[in-house]
Design a protein around this ligand. Structure first.
Ligand SMILES: NC(=O)c1ccc[n+]([C@@H]2O[C@H](COP(=O)([O-])OP(=O)(O)OC[C@H]3O[C@@H](n4cnc5c(N)ncnc54)[C@H](OP(=O)(O)O)[C@@H]3O)[C@@H](O)[C@H]2O)c1
Length: 325
């Protein structure tokens, strides 16, 4: 099966429904970067290579992922692999904490340097908590776009209300709002019940789902071997969902996923990601992170088959019974 492509919202970008999340490339450089084990340069390059070979054509990174370490690591890997700008599109994010909208303009050269002048196809406001109003932030983003620093504008973690505000502001400045990156997985379907997803569809705003594997929980590996969480470096080992009770609660869903994994000869992670990209149609993108090469291969492979409508519904029903939030 040829790797699928879909348009990201109202942009001209033709992206694979599965992208690669690059938080794992933070090199442990700051508090947020310490969440994951350090991925060395050679492994990072191999993760990028296998993702591209598997049909992925875009990468999500951010300024806050190791204070630019992830952006630099990604660009370094792409340069070493001699990947063209067209073969690998980059989405990155501005970090708003304790900053005003003017910083969006002041910090853009640093972002471009970190990416070694690779084009910023999508520039996202990482969180809705800047000191400036949404309107001021959108005005700055729109200027970056007009001045040719970025190609498209996105947001992340903006509620339905905040997303409507951002959308309306950008309309006034003559630029479309392309996407909103939100937490979404089979164990966290809040965006379906709080009006967010409906509004995103209404406004033609693409949804980029982060933590689609619920940070590894939905791969089934912790259900198979609960001990392995103890060896992880970040805070996951203290979270209830990775402890015995959480694993017991979510086990019935893993069982259903395993049934389809066996049927198609794929992994549980691939069934999860396949559900994510086909259950809601063309508006949904996923960006699983990978800290190992085989995970990147596995995740890209989620685009190589298609669950039937009946199977998508069966998984959906099983998931509603075990929601974590
Ligand atoms: N906008 C935001 O606020 C925001 C927030 C969070 C994340 N994100 C973005 O979303 C991306 C993904 O989210 P995430 O990293 O939080 O969660 P995720 O993609 O659900 O989980 C990633 C982790 O799951 C495990 N994993 C991945 N693929 C696997 C496979 N095929 N088999 C076994 N294990 C596998 C790995 O854990 P181990 O490392 O333990 O092996 C990996 O580090 C990030 O990289 C980042 O780009 C954005």
């Amino acid at each position: 099966m040829k790797s699928p492509r879909r348009k990201l919202g109202l942009s001209d970008l033709e992206l694979s429904p599965v992208g690669l999340g690059c938080w794992q490339f933070s090199k442990g450089s700051n508090t947020i970067g310490k969440y994951w084990d350090t991925v060395e340069d050679n492994e990072m390059q191999e993760i990028v290579k296998k993702s591209l070979e598997g049909g992925i054509n875009w990468f999500d990174t951010a300024e806050i992922y190791g204070k630019g370490a992830s952006e630099r690591g990604l660009a370094f890997a792409l340069d070493n692999l001699e990947v063209t700008f067209d073969e690998a599109k980059i989405a990155t994010k501005w970090w708003p904490a304790l900053r005003k909208a003017s910083n969006i303009l002041h910090s853009i050269e640093a972002r471009k340097d970190a990416l070694n002048q690779r084009p910023i196809e999508l520039y996202q406001i990482h969180q809705p908590f800047s000191f400036s109003s949404i309107d001021k932030q959108m005005e700055a983003m729109s200027k970056l776009m007009r001045d040719g620093h970025i190609k498209n504008i996105g947001i992340s973690n903006f509620s339905e209300k905040a997303m409507r505000k951002a959308h309306a502001s950008l309309q006034n400045y003559g630029s479309p709002l392309i996407s909103n990156q939100m937490k979404y997985s089979l164990l966290d379907r809040r965006i379906e019940s709080n009006g967010f997803l409906k509004t995103a569809k209404e406004l033609d705003i693409a949804v980029i789902a982060y933590s689609p594997l619920e940070q590894g929980l939905l791969t089934g590996k912790f259900h198979d071997n609960p001990e392995i969480i103890k060896g992880s470096s970040g805070p996951r080992k203290w979270m209830n969902k990775f402890k015995e009770n959480g694993l017991q609660k979510t086990a019935p869903l893993i069982k259903v996923l395993q049934k389809y994994a066996e049927k198609y000869g794929v992994s549980v992670s691939q069934v999860v990601l396949n559900w994510m990209i086909y259950y809601h149609g063309e508006n949904m993108f996923v960006i699983p992170g990978a800290s190992k090469v085989k995970q990147a291969e596995d995740n890209a492979g989620a685009m190589s088959f298609k669950l039937s409508e009946e199977e998508l519904e069966d998984i959906s029903e099983a998931s509603w019974r075990v929601q974590l939030y």
